[in-house]
Design a protein around this ligand. Sequence first.
Ligand SMILES: COc1cc(O)cc(C/C=C(\C)CC/C=C(\C)CC/C=C(\C)CC/C=C(\C)CC/C=C(\C)CC/C=C(\C)CC/C=C(\C)CC/C=C(\C)CC/C=C(\C)CCC=C(C)C)c1O
Ligand SMILES: C[S@@+](CC[C@H](N)C(=O)[O-])C[C@H]1O[C@@H](n2cnc3c(N)ncnc32)[C@H](O)[C@@H]1O
Length: 322
Amino acid sequence: MAAPRSCGLWSYARAMRSYRFSGLRSSWPGSLLSPRLLSQEKRAPETHFGFETVSEEEKGGKVYQVFESVAKKYDVMNDMMSLGIHRVWKDLLLRKMHPLPGTQLLDVAGGTGDIAFRFLNYVQAQYQGKQKRKLRAQQNLSWEEIAKKYQNEEDSLGGSRVMVCDINREMLKIGKQKAFDRGYKAGLAWVLGDAEELPFDDDKFDVYTIAFGIRNVTHIDQALQEAHRVLKPGGRFLCLEFSQVNNPLISRLYDLYSFQVIPVLGEVVAGDWKSYQYLVESIRKFPSQEEFKEMIEDAGFQKVTYESLTSGIVAIHSGFKL
Ligand SMILES: COc1cc(O)cc(C/C=C(\C)CC/C=C(\C)CC/C=C(\C)CC/C=C(\C)CC/C=C(\C)CC/C=C(\C)CC/C=C(\C)CC/C=C(\C)CC/C=C(\C)CCC=C(C)C)c1O
Ligand SMILES: C[S@@+](CC[C@H](N)C(=O)[O-])C[C@H]1O[C@@H](n2cnc3c(N)ncnc32)[C@H](O)[C@@H]1O
């Protein structure tokens, strides 16, 4: 695996990339540019940070601050805000993935490890179930042979591995501590990296997941292209993200809840109103199920489908690199 990159380098690289793709560079001699064109030339490309308009260069830093600030309270806030429903959504993502033994998973924007831990539990349960059935079929094993089959943790994953990649050191720190406390060791690795410039070779992973992460990325199209690049042919892209509620009554209640309750919870529990204001605003700025499906197709994925959950509060999008 490539080495993790430092965040200082990251912000520099981000600024340079924005510059490269912004069309700011012109091959025209300066003297030929009219004053109007010159003033356009100077304007940095803009995007949104929640409902605020910011330059593309600024957005990454602002998102970084949000997750640096919420990291310690991230897990408890998710349970409180969703009354535990986010756990069901994440379980459903794993059910949809249904990883086979040997699956190499890349979990981008993996934060505190919720998807990675579920993946390890899932493949372990699958593998152990298979082992049990095999052992039952073999009549004459000694107890030592049986015990050995249960002891090797690495074996119990059937060669599956998960790589958690996130841009935020604080989120990864919490994730690593959780892994240590819960005894996860084998088949798990953590790397600091940007979804827009993944520090991995081409055609490396069987599955790419991103849960509640892509909404925060500055250039979503770039992140999708990177997902496509690092997947093996036949590999699968799975994204769990907030989406569009289509029922008008639920939508009204959800808006009330989002804008009246969530920032208050953020202030009371995490001492951070602004980050939770950003959360609810960023949800409203994210494309609908159909629009996001098109973006995934534009990145080269095929057989793109989605499933809306909890009236469309979130959706799981799936696509294949074929
Ligand atoms: C900074 O960025 C982030 C930080 C993070 O910590 C996390 C993330 C990423 C996010 C996640 C991993 C998941 C986080 C989850 C959510 C944002 C919440 C998702 C919302 C729901 C599952 C519930 C949606 C609610 C509705 C459909 C409407 C029902 C709402 C009501 C009945 C309450 C209506 C509210 C009012 C009228 C305002 C005044 C009410 C009060 C003061 C009472 C407060 C009430 C409650 C606390 C009850 C809450 C009720 C529910 C949660 C309903 C759940 C039930 C169902 C949906 C069936 C990140 O990016
Ligand atoms: C809401 S959390 C999701 C964490 C985890 N996937 C989950 O479902 O609980 C969003 C995560 O996206 C990460 N993130 C934001 N922009 C990113 C980027 N450009 N590349 C990688 N990770 C990013 C944040 O640091 C944060 O950990």
